[in-house]
Design a protein around this ligand. Structure first.
Ligand SMILES: Cc1cc2nc3c(=O)[nH]c(=O)nc-3n(C[C@H](O)[C@H](O)[C@H](O)COP(=O)(O)OP(=O)(O)OC[C@H]3O[C@@H](n4cnc5c(N)ncnc54)[C@H](O)[C@@H]3O)c2cc1C
Length: 342
């Protein structure tokens, strides 16, 4: 059964089936709301349902700790009647701007023991339009999809660079190290709305966990290309030094911007390495590095990218302990597990 969903205070309305989330129906209708994971974890899509009745998609939860008392997760709510909803923000986009390509592996390099940097080429003459911070979907033979953030900046639009961690037991990521030049991959893009707000010049703190560095790299390379100057702190969390797999990029940014601060947060470094630690290394988790190195975050923006646990811990430190306004926290959460075809 289908219901009508309206954005209150606007003339925007669209249909949504009882088996579909309010977020997906909005995206299908060309209305973009804030979102990232579409799995009820990141909390980016938190908004109000002001009239009508909703139920958790597939019997799931409709709220998480990122929701204010009057908010629900629009990616997890399906309608049971006509709905009036008030998302945190919305804008019209062209649904046809999302494209599906048969991309080919161009280069495949091991950047760390468990991270591949995969470069894909698009068919001749094709360009992939996306914004820094967005992600693509790879469709596997069984119809499920995996999402990966673009690590290249949008102006390098004839290729797509992905940083893929090899997840133990992972159906796709375990296959990545053996992908050869010319192997085809079915990709669709762009997805995601965690992008840089270029209307502000406030100091910005990026916190990346592992391959959460990928969207951060795209955003910072894009800032460099567009000559955006803002004080930047980058905290990159990994277990050991070899998890900081792209130091040359960081060193380039340090040369480019005098106000660029880098902290490698290493959670499994040993006492011995502690004595030899390099400048800019913090021994502990990324959230602990944030608390120690950025104790006063009022007036900043924070972008956190990585696992659900890491992003949750960083949000907690930033908002509860360092005085960040919750609206200035932006999260890109790498939730594992296959997504259903959409
Ligand atoms: C928005 C977004 C962006 C992402 N960007 C990146 C990126 O840039 N780089 C990167 O390395 N990763 C990224 N990821 C994670 C990526 O999409 C994959 O989830 C990851 O690579 C694992 O895929 P896989 O096929 O190897 O593992 P899977 O076969 O999907 O399994 C992964 C893990 O999930 C468990 N699992 C399997 N099915 C389910 C299920 N139904 N529910 C819960 N758990 C399940 C498995 O036991 C295993 O531990 C991103 C995820 C999201 C949502």
């Amino acid at each position: 059964m289908t219901h009508r969903v309206a954005i209150t205070g606007s003339d925007v309305a669209f249909d949504c089936a009882e088996t579909e989330s309010l977020l997906d129906a909005a995206l299908r209708a060309g209305i973009e709301l804030p979102y990232s994971c579409r799995k009820g974890v990141c909390g980016n899509c938190a908004g109000r349902v002001e009239s009508g009745e909703v139920a958790g998609l597939g019997g799931g939860v409709t709220r998480n700790e990122a929701c204010l008392p009057d908010q629900v997760l629009l990616c997890m709510c399906a309608p049971r009647s006509d709905i009036g909803m008030a998302p945190a923000s919305w804008r019209r986009v062209d649904p046809a701007a999302r494209k599906r390509f048969q991309a080919k592996v161009f280069r495949n390099q091991l950047a760390a023991p468990d991270v591949s940097v995969l470069q894909l080429r698009l068919p001749a003459g094709q360009r992939a339009k996306f914004q820094a911070g967005q992600y693509l979907q790879i469709r596997l033979d069984d119809g499920t999809t995996r999402r990966y953030s673009m690590a290249n900046a949008p102006h390098e639009s004839d290729a797509l660079t992905l940083h893929i961690r090899h997840v133990p037991g992972g159906a796709f990521s375990q296959r990545v190290p053996v992908l050869q030049q010319g192997d085809p991959l079915d990709v669709e893009l762009p997805f995601g709305a965690v992008t840089l707000d270029s209307a502000t010049a406030r100091p910005i703190v990026f916190v990346a966990g592992g391959t959460g560095f990928a969207p951060v790299k795209s955003i910072i390379d894009d800032m460099a290309k567009r000559r955006i100057v803002r004080p930047i702190t980058l905290i990159w969390g990994a277990r050991r030094e070899d998890g900081i797999y792209l130091r040359p990029a960081v060193e380039r940014w340090q040369r480019q911007w005098p106000d660029f601060r880098f902290i490698a947060a290493l959670s499994e470094d040993t006492q011995q390495q502690q004595q030899q630690q390099m400048a800019g290394t913090f021994l502990g988790r990324a959230d602990e590095a944030l608390a120690a190195q950025c104790p006063a975050l009022a007036g900043h923006e924070v972008y956190a990218c990585g696992s659900p646990a890491m992003v949750q811990a960083v949000r907690d430190v930033a908002v509860r302990h360092c005085g960040l306004d919750a609206a200035d926290f932006h999260a890109d959460v790498f939730v594992d597990g296959p997504a259903v075809p959409r």
